[in-house]
Design a protein around this ligand. Sequence first.
Ligand SMILES: [Zn+2]
Ligand SMILES: [Zn+2]
Length: 120
Amino acid sequence: MDQSGLIFPKTQKKKKKRMKHPKSLLHEKNGTCYLCMLLDGNYKKHLFIDEHHIFGGPNRKHSEETGMKVWLCLDHHTMGPLAVHNCPETMRLLHRIGQQEYERTHSRQQFIEIFGKSYL
Ligand SMILES: [Zn+2]
Ligand SMILES: [Zn+2]
């Protein structure tokens, strides 16, 4: 049967709520490691960098939606003694910097509403 003359109604798909993926508020993705720059003043570009969400666990998706992420070399992400996932001090440092950066354009109240507490 020739259906070429038939008009099919466009199927109405349920609109999915899209997750926002804004750019990082702290760091441009260009091969540099945020912690190499911050701790060592080293702006070298790495062959491999990992995306790191500053507030992890249940807040990971909030980090994604608010641009709370940085890129790290493997040493500073998971491998070295100062890596953010090995060293609570480094983790705290990034928490503080992330919140400070967020509060340049938002209130503390807004931060706490999203992330549950203040790190400052
Ligand atoms: Zn690094
Ligand atoms: Zn990470």
